[in-house]
Design a protein around this ligand. Structure first.
Ligand SMILES: Nc1nc2c(c(=O)[nH]1)N[C@H]1C(S)=C(S)[C@@H](COP(=O)(O)O)O[C@H]1N2
Ligand SMILES: [Mo]
Length: 322
């Protein structure tokens, strides 16, 4: 039995992104005008306010939560990883073909020390820490996951970003031989995401290498994935092969597909509904047995991380810049 069946929720509630992709085939024929210039489009993103800081104590308070964890089996069998299919149980089956070693990451763009490094060299001298974060998918479900990883900032600093580096772009592997989902042109492969550089440098932003004290399973984005806990899950890009410092807002796969539904920031916000559903509440996949998905809980601004990240958006209209 799939988790979805176990949870007794209809496919329509948990595959909204997939449903969107199907619907898009029809809409694409009508959409002759490019989306450039629409509100939420990434070509004019507000810069960070000056002097925004998060104290060490504030940051630390966000590193752990004592909410019930999502079970390992659920974290690793209820996944979104479209390179391996759009059903929640596709990645756990199909991603076994993903070869995660050897693995290298190309880091470049606006920095003084670009380079292509093996995973070991990229992470050399950094000790993975445990971070227990909430993960809120834009589809309306959430999990609590104990990640292992290193602060993204510690890795980025090694490449000496220059003063023109205002954003950081991330790219997932796109290999048709290993990734059956690439046959479908749902996304303009490779999957890409991006952050403003202050967001990338925030102490909460993690480059994850594991979960539950073990190496990251392929379906969760092995061997290296981003975790940005105050943003909708699709910003947390998996199986990263390139990191690029840019002057301009980078290409973000979901924003590019439909800018009116998926903003560049995509900060979790209960007061900004998705055009096709409310974001006020979420179904928490945590606990055990029949309690799974039982309760809807209120969604919190910045997924409950306002103390850690709120200052980065001071003065910004969160309804316009969703
Ligand atoms: N490359 C890539 N990264 C991705 C996705 C994807 O389809 N491809 N899905 C995103 C979405 S929508 C979510 S909710 C999270 C899910 O992460 P998890 O499966 O580890 O819970 O991964 C994100 N990262
Ligand atoms: Mo998601």
């Amino acid at each position: 039995m799939t988790l979805r069946n176990a949870l007794r929720i209809p496919a329509s509630e948990v595959t909204d992104e997939a449903v969107y992709l199907q619907r898009r085939k029809f809409v694409a024929a009508l959409a002759v005008a490019p989306a450039l210039g629409l509100p939420g489009c990434a070509d004019a993103v507000p810069p960070p306010p000056e002097g925004a800081t998060v104290t060490e104590a504030e940051a630390r308070a966000g590193f752990k939560t004592d909410e019930p964890l999502t079970r390992y089996e659920d974290v690793t069998s209820y996944n979104n990883f479209y390179e391996f299919g759009t059903n929640k149980d596709d990645p756990s089956k199909a991603a076994r073909t993903l070869r995660t070693s050897p693995w290298s990451v190309a880091v470049g763009g606006e920095c003084d020390k670009p380079g292509t490094l093996s995973l070991d060299d990229l992470l050399k001298g950094l000790t993975p820490e445990e971070r227990i974060y909430r993960l809120r998918c834009v589809e309306g479900w959430s999990m609590v996951i104990p990640w292992l990883g290193v602060p993204l900032a510690d890795v980025l600093k090694r490449f000496a970003p220059n003063s023109r580096a205002r954003y950081v772009a991330f790219t997932t592997l796109a290999d048709r031989e290993q990734m059956p989902g690439l046959r479908y042109r749902s996304i303009d492969w490779p999957y890409r995401e991006g952050l403003r550089i202050d967001e990338a440098m925030n102490p909460l932003t993690l480059l994850a290498t594991g979960l539950y004290g073990k190496a990251l399973p392929q379906q969760n984005g092995a061997p290296l994935r981003l975790v940005v806990p105050w943003k909708y899950g699709f910003k947390s890009i998996k199986s990263i092969v390139a990191i690029t410092f840019t002057r301009n807002p980078p290409h973000c796969s979901w924003n590019q597909l439909q800018p009116s539904e998926y903003g560049f920031f995509s900060n979790v916000n209960p007061d900004v509904d998705h055009p096709r559903w409310s974001q006020k509440t979420e179904r928490r996949i945590a606990g055990s047995g029949s309690k799974l998905f039982a309760e809807r809980i209120p969604t919190r601004l910045f997924n409950g991380y306002a103390d850690q990240v709120g200052e980065m958006y001071a003065g910004m209209n969160l309804k316009r810049w969703f």
